[in-house]
Design a protein around this ligand. Structure first.
Ligand code: ATP
Length: 662
């Protein structure tokens, strides 16, 4: 049979993904709770209009038996009265219908709006961990496709179910009143329909789940490959053909699934339609036989016409109910996907006891005490871990817990005094960026404490923490919006003068006013219409505007040309002034200027001290320094406004080292 799975199953279906049971249903019903009043009005309207529907067939019987074909001829008065009623009732029903449609749509849209908003709000509260492990396209798809997919169910299903139940019961009651024998005959195939409905629904639900997965996949592919970075990568590596093939394959899969989704149940509906079309004929036959045997004098012409009219009224609700159950089951799959996201725990949020630290009182002392952190959470199953166990052990012999877990940071102790510039250096993957994430609580430490001015960062309200800590990251993210809007993102209430002052300090003002529309020039998505250096300076201006007490600076590893580099360096100087700065340093100038350098290696803090001390020690830092800067690499170094060549830098360093040694 069609619902056996064969023609629908593109492959094995992961049954664990298929939601079942009343739980999601109850949750969906709960979504309507705030609109109880309106729902009640709709229910009354439905009861009234659907109930009125049976009156017309009964009137037909009256017209036939008591007005048109009476033993005493036509009763004009009765006829006029009945006809009047027959005209009035549909008008009333129609008017109620309009009100009901308006209310159901309104409630439906409100529920959708609530669902969308709470999903977006919840996603906004998710920590970085969620976003680094989930594809953007997948997230977008849940918000757009899944929420969009339940729209029809939310906006008309509930009322449709109620209306159909009322129509069905009132019609059945009227039919039973007219003739119970004929009613039984009409209902003989009902159980078969019920069984089929349940089965068709299950198949549809499974296909719906697969369709949504496929849509999410399409959305992820589009997002990954049609973004500026994605298209750049594809073009540079000449992978466009493969990307097209990947897209085509998924597109085909989606098309097939959609056809299957549309087709499942169609044969079934056709069957019902046929049944309903032929039953009046059967009724005439059976009624004729009953009358000819003289067994049932009660069956008059009026009765027959009224009965078949009532029966035809059954078709629509039965068909709809079947369709609705199938749709509801399919939508449950979507609701499940939405609830799945809504149920994701928010791992970083304000503690109840968290409080604000007023900005002017912040001194800016940062301290890490016995801090350990792992990107893999303790309760995460091994297969979800970003690094497979075998790799972890084979890669570098890191300490691994339970065979697969490893620390990105282990037992780190460091302190940065207010106003100091601290440079964190170390080989790639040492954990430098990770440290920078822990201070503004983008991740929470697993052991130990991060303190600002002695307060555990988890005891500071997140809004207050965000005010204290500013970040300039390697990749400066800009919105596809005007320069002004991008800058104001840091402080929406900043005045025009403050905006300009920040831009001047970051040495980007001149460049901005050169642009076609000055501060109103729209920078392309992620600022692709600006050069790397300009983007960085804009990002620096943004942080200057925010004016945080603590600055986290992840220096770009990608080299800019000498002029841009010098501009960025010069822009950074006023930013660092008077603030505690923790810099993930890749530039010699920063390292030399640092009050303290922390050297990281494989998640451990291995050395600390000034540049000169560390070079003298001849450890990890000295090796790193010679590898990076001692091989004749030219780095434009802007120190006290003087540009030094790498040779001069080496000389300066040698002099500093000698000085420190003495
Ligand atoms: P680089 O100089 O190359 O940027 P880094 O010193 O900043 O390196 P981190 O980014 O802090 O290094 O990474 C430390 C370790 O944690 C690395 O081994 C890295 O692979 C791992 N790691 C970083 N981010 C994640 C993540 N989101 N999920 C899992 N592991 C991660």
């Amino acid at each position: 049979m069609m619902m056996r799975g064969g023609p629908f199953g593109g492959g094995p279906i992961d049954r664990s993904q298929i939601p079942a049971g009343p739980k999601p249903v109850r949750r969906v019903v709960r979504l309507f709770r705030p609109y109880r009043g309106q729902v009640a009005v709709v229910a009354v309207a439905i009861l009234f209009s659907s109930g009125l529907g049976v009156v017309n067939p009964l009137l037909i019987r009256e017209v036939f038996d008591n007005a048109l074909f009476t033993p005493t001829g036509v009763h004009v008065q009765t006829l006029a009265f009945l006809v009047g009623l027959m005209i009035l009732i549909p008008i009333i029903t129609g008017a109620i219908g309009v009100l009901q449609t308006y209310l159901t749509n309104r409630v439906g849209q409100r529920v959708m709006q609530d669902l969308r908003n709470s999903l977006y709000e919840h996603l906004q509260r998710m920590s970085l961990r969620f976003f680094t492990s989930t594809r953007t396209g997948e997230i977008q798809s849940r918000l757009a496709n899944d929420v969009g997919g339940v729209q029809s169910v939310v906006s008309d299903t509930a009322s449709s179910i109620l209306a159909n139940i009322v129509i069905l019961t009132s019609t059945l009651v009227a039919m039973l009143i007219i003739s119970w024998q004929l009613t039984l005959l009409s209902l003989v195939l009902m159980p078969l329909f019920l069984v089929l409905t349940v089965r068709v629904g299950a198949v549809r639900r499974r296909i719906a789940m697969e369709t949504q997965k496929s849509k999410a996949e399409m959305s992820a592919i589009t997002q990954e490959t049609l973004s500026v970075s994605g298209i750049l990568l594809a073009k540079v590596f000449d992978r466009q053909k493969d990307e097209i093939a990947r897209y085509r394959a998924e597109s085909q899969n989606l098309a097939d699934l959609t056809v299957r989704q549309q087709m499942v149940g169609q044969a079934f509906f056709a069957m019902i339609q046929t049944f309903f079309s032929i039953t009046p004929a059967l009724i005439y036959l059976v009624a004729g036989l009953m009358i000819s045997r003289g067994g049932s004098a009660a069956i008059t012409a009026g009765t027959l016409v009224a009965f078949t009219t009532l029966q035809s009224r059954l078709f629509f609700p039965v068909g709809q109910m079947l369709q609705v159950t199938v749709e509801v089951q399919a939508s449950m799959a979507l609701f499940q996907r939405i609830f799945e996201y809504l149920d994701l725990p928010v791992d970083i949020s304000d503690r109840e006891t968290a409080r604000d630290v007023p900005a002017p009182t912040v001194r800016g002392e940062v301290r890490l005490e016995h801090v350990s952190f792992s990107y893999v959470q303790p309760n995460e199953p091994p297969q979800a871990a970003t690094t497979p166990p075998s790799l972890v052990v084979a890669e570098d012999g890191h300490k691994a817990r339970a065979g697969w877990r490893r620390w990105a940071l282990e037992d780190i102790n460091l302190e940065v005094e207010p106003g100091q510039l601290a440079a964190i250096v170390g080989p790639s993957g040492a954990g430098k960026t990770t440290i920078s994430y822990l201070v503004p609580r983008l991740y929470d430490v697993e052991q130990g404490t991060v303190r600002i001015d002695g307060h555990d960062v988890r005891d500071i309200r997140m809004g207050s923490l965000a005010d204290m800590v500013g970040m300039v990251t390697q990749e400066s993210y800009l919105f596809h919006a005007s320069v002004r809007r991008n800058l104001l993102y840091a402080r929406p209430d900043a005045t025009e003068e403050e905006l300009e002052a920040a831009a001047r300090a970051a040495l980007i003002h001149e460049r901005i006013i050169e642009m076609a529309e000055g501060y109103d020039t729209v920078v392309g998505e992620r600022g692709y219409r600006l050069s790397g250096g300009e983007k960085q300076r804009l990002a620096i201006a943004r942080v200057i505007l925010k004016d945080p007490r603590i600055l986290i600076l992840d220096e770009a590893t990608s080299a800019l040309d000498t002029t841009s580099e010098r501009l960025v360096q010069a822009a950074l100087r006023p930013l660092m002034e008077g603030r505690t700065t923790i810099a993930i340093a890749h530039r010699l100038s920063t390292i030399l200027a640092a009050d303290v350098i922390f050297v990281m290696d494989r998640g451990h803090l291995v050395e600390r001290g000034s540049h000169a001390e560390l070079v003298r020690r001849g450890g990890v830092y000295a090796r790193l320094y010679h590898e990076q800067f001692g091989d004749g690499t030219v780095e434009a170094l802007c120190q006290n406004g003087v540009v030094l060549s790498s040779g001069q830098v080496m000389e300066t360093t040698a002099a500093q080292t000698a000085g420190a040694a003495a």
